[in-house]
Design a protein around this ligand. Structure first.
Ligand code: GL2
Length: 797
């Protein structure tokens, strides 16, 4: 539905009046946000309803994307954009003396995740709706999102992120679609009507209540649904929970994202969360299949339904679907297994061993007795199917239940028809190292799907000026057909276009500089190099290597060795129980303090660590970046996606040949990226031979020694203890992240960056090539590959 400026103004006035009894002139920004989002809801509601009717009518196969994280960020501007209202509304608001950005800033960021994996899930939702597919999200309606990060004396402090406090204007609670999820008790199988039927003794049920969030497609008229489940006490069981405290204990199931897994109770809660949203999701899918689609043959389920498990957190879907098919729909085990494997597919997002989930058998037996029985049976049959065919060691390594644990990745792989990695190198490592034995058993299941990003958010919304420039140079079609962005290369020598790219970057940097001033009090020069590292804080991502580079630059400047002016900008949260990552934050903050307050270097180097990195903050930083730091230890970063967002905004990448950096390098060519560091074979060489001796490197390299020593020689005395932790970690024999091994090569890459910076024309040309080629990482295309190769979807008519 389209709207004119006048219609919009009238609607806005009416909403303000009916909701708050105020007029435009007297409305607060919060009231304007609320009224504006309600006008927008009226705009897409018919499409939402019609999409549902159409889905059922056409009976096309749908994908359900199960993810414990979704990071959509804010939705006001993306809904405006996707509905085609952006320009009209902006201009109408301007007539009223209002600014969309000020109003949009009132929306809380939906931070229901902590990193790339959750953002990817949200990007896929947007892409499915924007390219014409029916795709549904399935996740958890956390009352508190990822913590709000503050720095106190340089330390990270975590505060609750009460994003629902002011009400989520987009969601619709659908009580009538609730389902019950059962926990605990004991289960016996008894013969009933010729069927081994589970009989439950004890335990309790929790009511899963869905909150549906619309996912508005870009100019497609399609509005899909992201369904997030909240926990409530079933009316029938209220009597068992007489006090508010009792109730809260149950409803806390969906309170927090990532309960602290260092305690038993934290792990138990996490396991509960995983089963809760998996069971609720699958129950509602089967109800839709039988009631709305009026299908009664479960054998046809794979023709209508694809369930995708985003990492292992929803891997219990394999066992839960088996439970529903066998126990509730009385399908024979073998038949049910075939259906399950055809329905389910799995993405692996990391090779890091600590992220490979496993659950203690006793915990699982207590909490989910029937699921544990089913997993045991899947495992038993798996072992039988391979006995005598492959080496016993292979069976032991790959079976689901071993060493007292349930291996979730094994369950996911054995129960899926597709297992994919997220960049070619990552997939290759899965096939040849991490999941080698599985690859040999099921080569046909493995495939690669390189990650992608939503250019709508990262260009159209975050960088409207660059988007307009693209309109002028390559035509507006790039907004729906990103391949057109490649035409920007025709302007490689066009002085006017290059000048415009520069001007836009400078404007974006000025805007960010103002934000930095406002939030940190620090003045930065927008003409300096804006050098950006934004991602979760993790040892493998090596914010520490950037830190060493900063210290080296600082020493040079103190010693009269000149460098171009640089502002290093960090954004990163450390997981609350990850002390090393928190130490890194403290050290960076104290190093920043010393450098930012040292008048002797004349402001040539500034270090800014912005608090509370989230999607909203990323939208501010990314358009202003000159340098994109992608410096993980090669082999460790499965893909990365900030690398794609930053290149789309014309930042040049400094990178190891890790994850999707490899593909970015291929896309833009060696001249338009700064590659450094050990390659995968060299890294594995160190790992296999166990002969990485950083202390020898340190002793024989004076520059390295001085740089690293600064962490413990009192230069940054307010982080003496934490500095010592970092120092020790770098020098430890066989240190896993090979920080010092890449130090020299990283300095060389940074030197090259400085040399290139002096030639502004060639710098901007490199930026232009990066912008043009970012289209290769358009999530719309990624999703099209999933739809075709894994899910077997057809677009809605
Ligand atoms: C991650 C990977 O670390 C990251 O490299 C990848 O881009 C994303 C999306 O595939 O997945 N894995 C993971 O657990 N998180 C990630 O960001 N949190």
């Amino acid at each position: 539905m389209q709207i004119t400026k006048e219609e919009f103004k009238k609607e806005l006035e009416q909403k303000l009046d009916s909701q708050f009894a105020v007029d435009v002139e007297h409305a607060s920004l919060g009231e304007l946000y609320s009224a504006l989002s309600n006008v927008l809801r009226d705009g897409y509601a018919p499409n939402w309803r019609e999409t549902r009717i159409k889905e059922a009518h056409e009976g096309k196969k749908q994908v359900y994307y199960f993810s414990i994280e979704f990071l959509p960020g804010t939705l006001l501007r993306s809904n405006l954009l996707n509905l085609g209202w952006m320009d009209t509304v902006k201009s109408a608001l301007k007539d009223l003396g209002l600014n969309l950005d000020d109003i949009a800033a009132k929306e809380p960021d939906m931070a229901l995740g902590n990193g790339g994996l959750g953002r990817l899930a949200a990007a896929f939702m947007d892409s499915l709706a924007s390219t014409g597919y029916v795709g549904n999200g399935n996740g958890i309606h956390y009352k508190y999102g990822l913590f709000k990060q503050k720095f106190v004396n340089g330390y990270q402090v975590e505060l609750p992120n009460d994003w629902l406090q002011k009400h989520n204007h987009w969601e619709v609670m659908r009580d009538n679609k609730s389902v019950l999820v059962h926990f605990g008790g004991q289960v016996n199988l008894v013969q009933k009507d010729n069927w081994m039927t589970p009989e439950y003794n004890g335990g309790y049920s929790i009511k899963a209540v869905p909150y549906d969030i619309p996912v508005v497609g870009y100019h497609t008229g399609i509005v899909n649904t992201m369904r997030l489940w909240d926990a409530e006490i079933p009316e029938s069981e209220e009597i068992n929970y007489p006090t508010i405290d009792d109730r809260r204990k149950v409803e806390d199931l969906t309170s927090i994202l990532y309960p602290d897994d260092s305690s038993y109770s934290g792990r138990l809660l996490r396991l509960k969360q995983e089963y809760f949203f998996v069971s609720a999701g699958l129950q509602s899918i089967l109800r839709y299949y039988t009631k709305d689609l009026k299908q009664n043959d479960m054998h046809n389920l794979p023709k209508y339904v694809a369930v995708h498990i985003n990492d292992t957190h929803p891997a219990m879907a394999v066992a839960e679907l088996m439970r529903l098919l066998v126990d509730e729909y009385h399908i024979d085990w073998d038949e049910a297994w075939k259906i399950t494997v055809q329905v389910i597919s799995y993405t692996n997002h990391t090779i890091m061993a600590e992220a490979m989930e496993k659950w203690d058998i006793n915990m699982m037996t207590q909490l989910l007795p029937r699921i544990m029985q089913i997993i045991t049976e899947i495992d038993r049959r798996y072992v039988i199917s391979l006995t005598g065919k492959v080496a016993e060691s292979v069976i032991n390594d790959t079976r689901i239940v071993n060493n007292g644990n349930v291996q979730m990745a094994h369950l996911a792989i054995i129960g899926s028809h597709s297992v994919n990695g997220v960049a070619p190198l990552h997939t290759h490592l899965l096939e040849t190292e991490v999941l080698k034995e599985f690859y040999e058993l099921y080569p046909e299941r493995f495939n690669n799907k390189t990650n992608g990003i939503t250019l709508r958010r990262w260009l159209q919304i975050a960088n409207p000026k660059l988007s307009k420039l693209l309109d002028q140079t390559v035509g507006r079609d790039w907004r729906t057909d990103s391949a057109k962005m490649l035409l920007l290369q025709d302007s490689y020598k066009n002085a006017k276009v290059l000048k415009q790219i520069n001007e836009i970057k400078l404007e974006n940097k000025e805007k960010l500089a103002k934000f930095i001033k406002k939030t940190t009090g620090i003045t930065v020069d927008p003409t300096a190099i804006f050098d950006v590292q934004i991602k979760r804080l993790h040892a493998y991502k090596r914010q520490t290597l950037k830190l060493l580079h900063i210290i080296k630059l600082y020493h040079d400047l103190k010693n009269g060795i000149d460098h171009p002016k640089r502002v290093v900008i960090f954004g990163a949260k450390a997981a609350p129980s990850y002390t090393y990552a928190k130490d890194v934050i403290k050290v960076i903050n104290e190093v920043a303090n010393v450098i930012n307050n040292d008048a002797s270097i004349h402001g040539k180097l500034k270090v800014i660590f912005l608090e509370n990195y989230d999607v909203t903050l990323a939208e501010k930083i990314i358009p202003a970046a000159d340098i994109s730091e992608q410096i993980s230890t090669t082999t460790k970063e499965a893909s990365g996606t900030s690398n794609m967002k930053l290149m789309a905004n014309g930042a040049l990448t400094v990178a190891t040949m890790d994850g999707a950096n490899v593909d970015i390098a291929k896309a833009v060519g060696q001249d338009n990226i700064f590659i450094f560091g050990l390659n995968k074979d060299q890294v594995y060489d160190y790992y296999n031979k166990h002969d990485y001796k950083p202390r020898d490197m340190y002793n024989s390299d004076q520059v390295m020694k001085e740089t690293v020593d600064a962490l413990i020689d009192g230069s940054f005395s307010k982080a003496a203890n934490e500095g010592r932790v970092l120092y020790d970690s770098f020098l430890q024999e066989n240190e896993e992240f090979l920080v010092l091994a890449d130090f020299e090569s990283y300095l060389q890459a940074q030197k090259k960056i400085e040399e290139n910076w002096h030639d502004q024309r060639s710098w901007t040309q490199k930026a232009l090539v990066n912008i043009a080629h970012s289209e290769e990482f358009n999530a719309d295309n990624t999703v099209a590959r999933y739809a075709k190769d894994i899910w077997g979807l057809k677009k809605l008519n």
